[in-house]
Design a binder for this molecule. Sequence first.
Ligand SMILES: Cc1cc2nc3c(=O)[nH]c(=O)nc-3n(C[C@H](O)[C@H](O)[C@H](O)COP(=O)(O)O)c2cc1C
Length: 338
Amino acid sequence: MDLYQALRPLLFHLDPETAHNLAFWLGERACSWPRLPEPRPPATLRRHALGLDYPTPLGLAAGLDKGATLLPLWKSLGFGHVEIGTVTPRPQPGNPRPRLFRFPQAGLILNRMGFNSEGAEVVAARLRRRPAGLIVGGNLGKNKETPEAQALDDYRAAYRLIAPQVDYTALNVSSPNTPGLRNLQAPEALKPLLGGMLELRREMGLEHQPLLLKLAPDLAPEDLAAIVEVAVASGISGLIATNTTLDRGVVAEPLRALVEAKGAGGLSGAPLKAKARGVRRQILAALRGRLPLVACGGLGSAADVRDALEDGAALAQIYSALIFEGPSLIQSIYEGLR
Ligand SMILES: Cc1cc2nc3c(=O)[nH]c(=O)nc-3n(C[C@H](O)[C@H](O)[C@H](O)COP(=O)(O)O)c2cc1C
C-alpha cells in the first residue's frame, strides 16, 4: 500500500503548514525504523557531475528539509541527492503564518516562508549524524535583519558551520521572500560575494568541494548572460536554475485571481515548468558547457526530467510535484528514465 496516497486526503484537508509538520513528524518516526528499504537504483541511472558520483540524476530541491531532519527517509525513498536548507547563520522564525498555500488543481504552490531556520549550528550538529551513501548539499542564506552590504558575512558564517558536513554547498541569492536578497544576483554584488566565498572555501581546505549558485527564473535575458559570465569567471562549480517565480502570469485565469488574493510569495510546481525551462536553456546557451547546471523548477515526470537532461542539465531536482504526487513519483521517474 502507498502510505502517502492513503494519508493524502487528510494531509490535503489540513492547512498546508500543519500538513507539512504532520508529515515530518511521521517521517521522523519512519527514520528510526530499524530497517528502512535500501534502494538499489540501476547503474544506468548513475551520473558523474561536479566531481561527485550521483547514484541517480534526481535530487530533492532545497526548502523541504530545511533542517536536515529526514535524511535517512529521503535516502530510502531513492533520491540521489538532497539539498538541505536554506540554512541561515542564526536561527530565525521566518514570516508570519499563513505563508504556504497549495493549489492542487494546478499542481501549484505559493510560499513566503521567509527562511524559517533553526540556524547553522543546530543543523550542522544534526548533519554530523547524516546517513552514509546519500549526497547532501547545504543551501545557505542570510538572516533577514542582516543588511545587504553585510550579506557576505552571513553566507560565510553559515558556510563555516555547514560546509564541513556536506558534499556541496549552494548559495541561495534567489529566494523572493527575503527583502533585497535577489539584488545579490546583480553582477556588481555577485562578484565580491562569490570571490569572498571561494576565498573562504580555500582557507578551509575545501577547494575540491563544489560551490553552486541558485538563480531566480525572473531575470531578464541580458542580466542572465552577465550573471553567467561573472559565475564562470569567479571559478564557482555550477549553477542551479531555478528558484520560485514572482511572475503571476504563469498561472492561467481564473486561478490567477485566487493566487493573487493570497498575497506575496514565490510560485512553484507545474505552472513554473515552461518559464524555468526557458531560463535554463538561455543559461545553458550562455554557459557553452563551461559549468554544469542543475535543473529545477516545475519538473514533475520522467519526461520533464529527461527533457531537462537532454537540454544539457547535469542533474535535476524536484519539490512541488513530490507534495502533490507523493514519494512514488521518485520510482516512477526512474522507471520512465530507464
Ligand atoms: C514551500 C517551499 C519552500 C522553499 N524553500 C526554499 C529554500 O529555503 N531555499 C531554496 O533555495 N529554495 C526553496 N524553495 C524553492 C525550491 O527549491 C525550488 O527551487 C522551486 O520550488 C521550484 O521547484 P519545483 O517547481 O519542483 O517546486 C522552496 C519551495 C517551496 C515550495
